[in-house]
Design a protein around this ligand. Structure first.
Ligand code: C2O
Ligand code: CU
Length: 480
């Protein structure tokens, strides 16, 4: 492996205390060749917006702490403010958000504000928009909270998402386009109790060096799915599911968020159709479905009408790997039972399709000034990289575009796995809907999106499966 690639991956890894001390010299080193070292985004002035509301100050501490996922199920992991998932930040559209994060972890970290088109230097991408925040250091993020929507914040260093550094961020709209009586946020996640490690293909070595002890080759040629312990909703094990209370005749808004490391969930509720109202936080024409697939980094807001008293199963079944589903309960206030009589996942015949989604205000974009035709590949035997058009980041060319251009990205998935492709700094238009993350189906699935490159800077475009991301499925999109 190239020394540069090695340094990148080593620095990006979750290697624990030993890494902390070696972080400083790594940050100092610059390597112009691929343009991937942090050399300040200052050569392209970031776009800054004016707040239209008050200033909200938030303090966060990233540190190791204990989490109880169910009775007696206590684990030590990395968290924001000792909470898992991390504390929800909720504010109103147009407010200025100032977050001061103190890093008490033994490794460098950053926060990425997933989905929010922040100024480039607030985007939290190590070595692209900032140096990792070293252990013991603090960093202040400062940006305007808009547009309204359901978002996430998470670490963007290495595999730290699977350490637990994930949390919801809700920007409330001034005037929602749908009525509802109450709302809940549901965080769908995959839980790994150990230290996340890159999934090895044919090559041995990285994880051994990283651990400083003998590596553990997992059985088989290609361990494509991490060894998760369980699937969770709001940090609860399926054996101790969270319960969401309702009264008959209400409209309940559920914000479904998937900050997981490597899981796409099929979401459904027994005996209740799902009215989809927002995709990746942005309002859509409401559409009724029986189930929806939500991939890593995606968010859907839905409304459920409570017209069928009882206690019903909310089920989120992972599509890849065969893990038992995550569970929750929709429980009517006067239901006799606390738990549903069965946990079977409902199978309706109306799964949400991308083509069902129609934004209330889709960007009207002229025909593209520039098109990138990209293949997504990997998952082959004897290879441990995942690539975009044959290149594995950081040994990958940036996609350079001019500010103001309309850019088309066409992706074809040559691999057997799902890739939720996420673009930083922008919403894109896919079909008739505005999103920032889109699921590209396996086995030659094709998705095309267009976006207006109106946010100058160096942005990441990548698969939000963090194992694919760490194994190269990343490009820089440079808006000059
Ligand atoms: Cu959710 Cu590159 O991020
Ligand atoms: Cu992927």
């Amino acid at each position: 492996m190239h020394r540069r690639a090695f340094l990148h991956r080593f620095a990006a890894g979750a290697a624990g205390a030993a890494l902390g001390s070696s972080l400083a010299p790594l940050i100092g080193c610059r390597n112009g060749a691929g343009g991937n070292a942090f050399d300040s985004a200052a050569d392209i002035a970031p776009r800054r917006k004016q707040p239209t509301g008050s200033t909200r100050e938030v303090r966060l501490v990233a540190r190791e702490a204990e989490v109880e996922l169910g009775p007696g199920e206590v684990y030590r992991t990395w968290m924001y403010d000792g909470q898992f998932p991390g504390p929800e930040i909720r504010l109103t559209q147009g407010e200025r958000l100032v977050v001061r994060i103190e890093n008490q972890l033994p490794d460098g970290t950053t926060i990425h504000w997933h989905g929010i088109p922040v100024p480039n230097d607030m985007d939290g991408v190590p070595r692209l928009t900032q140096e990792p925040i070293a252990p013991g250091e603090t960093f202040t993020y400062d940006f305007v909270a808009e547009p309204a929507g359901s978002y996430l914040y998470h670490s963007h260093v290495g595999l730290q998402i699977d350490r637990g550094l994930i949390a919801p961020l809700i920007i409330e709209e001034r005037e929602p386009h749908v009525d509802y009586d109450r709302e809940y946020s549901l965080i769908l996640d995959d839980y790994l109790s150990g230290v996340p490690e890159p999934l090895e293909g044919g090559m041995m070595g990285r994880s051994m060096m990283r651990d400083g002890r003998r590596g553990r080759m997992r059985g088989g040629m290609m361990a494509q799915v991490p060894p998760y312990d369980a699937m969770l909703i709001n940090g609860r094990l399926p054996s101790d599911p969270p319960s969401f209370e309702a009264r008959q005749g209400e409209r309940i808004r559920l914000r479904l968020l998937n900050p997981s490391g490597a899981s796409t969930f099929r979401f459904a509720i027994q005996e209740h159709p799902i009215l989809v109202t927002h995709a990746d936080g942005q309002p859509v024409e409401p559409v009724t479905v029986d189930s929806l697939d939500i991939s890593m980094g995606e968010r859907y807001d839905v409304v459920v009408e409570t017209d069928n008293p009882g206690a019903w199963a909310i089920v989120a079944t992972p599509i890849e790997g065969d893990f038992p589903p995550a569970r929750a309960v929709l429980r009517y206030a006067d239901a006799a039972a606390n738990a549903p009589s069965s946990w079977s996942a409902p199978s309706g015949d109306r799964p949400l399709q991308l083509g069902d989604l129609q934004s209330l205000e889709p960007a009207s974009l002229r025909s593209p000034d520039r098109t990138f035709d990209l293949t997504l590949s990997g998952g082959m035997m004897m290879s441990d990289t995942w690539t975009i058009d044959g290149q594995a980041y950081p040994d990958a060319e940036p996609l350079v575009v001019d500010q103001g251009e309309v850019v088309r990205v066409r992706m074809t998935n040559h691999s057997p796995m799902i890739h939720p492709m996420h673009l930083h700094g922008h919403f894109f238009r896919v079909g008739n809907v505005m999103k920032d993350t889109v699921l590209v189906p396996p086995h030659m699935g094709q998705v095309t999106f267009d976006f207006l490159a109106d946010n100058p800077g160096r942005w990441l475009f990548h698969c939000h499966n963090i194992y694919h991301m760490e194994a190269g499925m990343v490009r820089e999109v440079r808006v000059e």
